[in-house]
Design a protein around this ligand. Structure first.
Ligand SMILES: Cc1ncc(C[n+]2csc(CCOP(=O)(O)OP(=O)(O)O)c2C)c(N)n1
Length: 360
């Protein structure tokens, strides 16, 4: 078995759409056609944005960031199963479209990656926690958030995203154990994209599937084809329904593939077999949805070209807005961390301000 080759000795990922975009035998779409089109728009926006942002990083206009490329069905399909008005997203750092769907903006994303702390400040009413780069630390937060929602009498739920690499951190196990015990309304959405930087998934776990872990915590685990928008949506919608009904958490392993580098500082040609990459490119999740929409006459090449132009303009406007935003002042890094900052933090903030003046 090569590093990321699908395991044949374990559970088979659930799939609704075949790679050619046709429905698998006996399966019906759980998403209305207009929603599939809206999801495709968000998937394509993500791809267009990744391409533009990558180029900005190479021009020195953006810091190091991680693209979503290859994982669009996984992130968008799961996000579409949520109700942004009552459900929360607790991301890792590779879930831009789920954040956008909650009400986050491309401008804020760009601000974060040019080093402006405003980019990680979630607006009031946007049910979203900040990006998390320290692996897995967001997962216990998600459980606290879900448990808190229940105490407040809300039927909202929380989805938290983390990678196959992050899943080896102790935080994930502690969080899943507590969530099971408290029946917290949390969806643990594990994106298995084949690698944790250069560590292939075969070196991450001896288990046949990450989803099998759920049994040990007393809740269901699902394995889904993460490149299949309809399957990801359906399995996540099921988990949302369970959470709302008070039936507790679900672990979802979304088996997908990272088509790009780990981030803009990585060179995957040093560790990814070109044949493996070529085979995975053939399973690009956008192609599957595109073919499905073509067959339904909801999309064709001309309409997609017009959509791409529209999305490129949307991205250009966000880049423009972020680049004309007032520069950050060092004192801002002290803001929005504590409701009542401890004395040492106030002292440090004063020192930073005194050294550099109060202006930006
Ligand atoms: C606690 C911690 N340890 C190590 C790192 C360095 N690091 C950043 S990303 C990464 C790999 C994460 O892989 P995975 O969770 O599978 O997510 P992916 O990047 O593949 O989406 C590592 C080890 C970190 N950010 N935090």
């Amino acid at each position: 078995m090569s590093a990321t080759e699908e395991r044949t000795d374990g559970p088979v990922p659930d799939s609704v759409l075949a790679p050619d975009g046709t429905l698998r035998e006996g399966r019906e779409p759980a998403m209305a056609s207009e929603d599939v089109l809206a999801a495709f728009r968000l998937m394509l926006l993500t791809r267009v944005f990744d391409e533009r942002a990558f180029s900005l990083q190479r021009q020195g206009r953006l810091g190091t960031f991680s693209t979503v490329t290859g994982q669009e069905a996984s992130v968008v399909g799961s996000a579409f199963a949520l109700d942004p008005a009552r459900d929360w997203v607790v991301p890792q750092y590779r879930e831009l479209p789920a954040m956008l769907r909650q009400g986050f903006t491309l401008e804020r994303f760009l601000l974060y990656y040019v080093g402006n702390p405003v980019g990680n400040l979630m607006e009031e009413g946007v049910n979203l926690l900040p990006f998390q780069i320290s692996l897995a630390t967001q997962v216990p937060h998600a459980v606290g958030l879900g448990w808190g929602l229940r105490h407040r009498g809300s039927d909202g739920c929380v989805i938290t995203y983390f990678g196959d690499g992050a899943s080896s951190e102790g935080d994930v196990h502690e969080a899943m154990n507590l969530a099971g015990l408290r029946r917290a309304p949390v969806i643990f959405f594990l994106q298995n994209n084949g690698y944790a930087i250069s560590t292939p998934v075969a070196k991450q776990t001896a288990a046949q599937s990450f989803a099998l872990r759920a049994a040990g915590y007393g809740f269901p685990g699902e394995l889904v084809d993460g490149n299949d928008l309809l399957a990801v949506y359906e399995v996540t919608a099921g988990a949302v329904a369970r959470a709302r009904a008070g039936d507790g958490p679900t672990l979802i392993e979304s088996r997908t593939y990272r088509l790009g580098p780990h981030n803009t500082a990585d060179d995957p040609t040093r560790y990814v077999d070109p044949e493996e990459l070529e085979a995975r490119r053939a399973l690009d999740p956008l192609n599957r949805v595109r073919a499905y929409l073509h067959a339904k006459d909801l999309l064709d090449d001309e309409r997609e070209a017009a959509l791409r132009d529209e999305l490129a303009e949307e991205v250009a406007a966000a880049v423009n807005a972020a680049e004309s935003y007032a520069a950050a002042h060092p004192r801002q890094i002290f803001e929005h961390v504590y409701a009542r900052p401890p004395d040492r933090v106030t002292r440090q903030q004063r020192e930073a301000t005194a050294d550099r003046g109060s202006g930006p």
